[in-house]
Ligand binder design. Structure first.
Ligand SMILES: Cc1cc2nc3c(=O)[nH]c(=O)nc-3n(C[C@H](O)[C@H](O)[C@H](O)COP(=O)(O)O)c2cc1C
Length: 397
């Protein structure tokens, strides 16, 4: 995506990956952005200021007290820039930014900027998963910041884990998405199925599952914030849907299929996060089933429910909305998701493990599409929703 004419400030934090910020500056320049650089004092110990000066044509700002700036450098930089991208964002920098500190040129600029901010963290996995960093990332997200990465892979320590800086192209894509930000999904209608379904055995008993609906609601609220009209088809759950979305409440898999099909014609994309029951009782007893005499065993005959996603995928591509499926498994999650990708003919799948995602606010998902597997860092469901919608927006563009 071109960034022609956009002013982008690259903030460089003091981590091993600081040298990769040079490649990010080049990538942003290749997309025709006008780039300036601000470095924390620690960053200057990892990579030379002259390298950035050389490729941007302007010396980077490294000192809040630099007498060569006549005014307040942070106020001027914040006014100049259309977006700030911090790469690498160290654990220390995330903590200071989350607390609103302004004790160097980059932090002072962040503290008075009104533009979109993207953080590309890079650190050891234990730092990334430490409770303070998790809290700081969440707070920055709540304040509206976006995150690119980190990725899983070899770390500077030689270990393998989460914490690698995202690739320059991915960071630049996130900056571009942040700049079009609010209207990334404007004019699009998204149908999102949410929560469990419930299959009646008799008037007081049913078969269901532990899905809370939180992942679907996270997607609904992020899609709404990005300008989409959002239609939620939700099974029974105690979690409240976000405001500003259209809600259709259903109970069983068959009701969900009907409701999704009813709105499918208007949809640009359908995201099936609902944990739809695979089977239902062959018959629902009209009266409560009684515990009878000396019978120690009883069985309920189950019949297959319709596969809503496969039903939608059967329509010819181009004549149907984009389709995104969620695969929740207890093992071999990505392999199962890949099988479903082709069997159900969907555009991409989102795989997550039952032990990680069910009923919680955080998750770890892998996006599985026709190009490969794209594991996302562990984090909140809002963060996973952002990554899924970034991919969907690309597909719809
Ligand atoms: C060799 C070395 C490598 C480091 N790498 C990282 C890193 O990758 N990520 C990180 O969060 N901190 C890293 N640190 C710690 C930061 O440099 C330190 O927290 C510093 O205060 C960060 O400053 P800043 O946030 O102002 O840039 C490293 C420190 C050293 C000495």
């Amino acid at each position: 995506m071109s960034l022609e004419g956009k002013h982008v400030l690259v903030g460089v934090g003091g981590g091993i990956a600081a040298y990769k910020a040079v490649l990010l500056v080049r990538e942003l320049g290749r997309r025709r952005a006008l780039v300036k650089v601000a470095m924390t004092p620690s960053a200057t110990r990892f990579v030379g200021a002259s390298t950035f000066g050389g490729i941007t044509g302007t010396p980077p700002v490294t000192d809040l007290w630099d007498p060569s700036y006549p005014g307040e450098v942070h106020v001027e930089l914040a006014a100049w820039t259309d977006a700030i991208v911090v790469a690498p964002a160290t654990a220390n920098l995330l903590a200071r930014a989350a607390a609103g500190m302004a004790d160097d040129a980059l932090l002072a600029t962040l503290s008075c900027a009104e533009c979109p901010v993207v953080y590309a963290p890079a650190m050891h996995e234990r730092m990334w998963l430490s409770p303070p960093t998790v809290r700081n990332v969440e707070r920055l997200r709540e304040d509206g910041a976006r995150f690119a990465g980190p990725l899983r892979g070899p770390l500077a320590s030689g270990e393998e884990g989460w914490g690698r800086l995202a690739e320059p192209e991915e960071i630049a894509d996130t900056v571009a998405a942040a700049l079009v930000g609010g209207d990334q999904l404007a004019g699009k209608t998204l149908v999102i199925s949410v929560g469990p379904t419930l299959e009646d055995i008799d008037p007081v008993r049913f078969i269901s599952n532990r899905s809370s609906g939180r992942m679907g609601f996270a997607l609904a609220s992020v899609a709404r914030d990005r300008g989409a009209r959002v239609v939620v088809v939700m099974g029974p759950t105690s979690v409240q849907p976000p405001p500003g979305v259209e809600v259709h409440a259903v109970r069983s898999a068959r009701e969900m299929q009907q409701a999704v099909n009813d709105v499918a014609d208007d949809a640009d994309a359908i995201i099936m996060t609902a944990a739809v029951a695979d089977y239902r009782p062959a018959e629902m007893a009209e009266q409560k089933i009684k515990k009878t005499g000396n019978k120690d065993h009883m069985s309920i005959e189950l019949v297959k429910n319709p596969d809503i996603l496969a039903g939608l995928g059967a329509a010819r591509k181009g004549t149907r909305p984009a389709l995104v499926g969620f695969a929740m498994e207890t093992h071999d999650v990505v392999a199962y998701a890949r099988r479903k990708l082709t069997q159900k003919k969907v555009d991409f799948m989102v795989a997550n493990e039952a032990s990680v995602g069910f009923g919680r606010d955080d998750t770890q998902v892998t996006i599985v599409d026709h190009d490969g597997d794209h594991p996302q860092p562990p984090g909140s469901k809002m963060a996973a929703a952002g990554a899924v919608l970034d991919r969907l927006a690309k597909l719809l563009a």
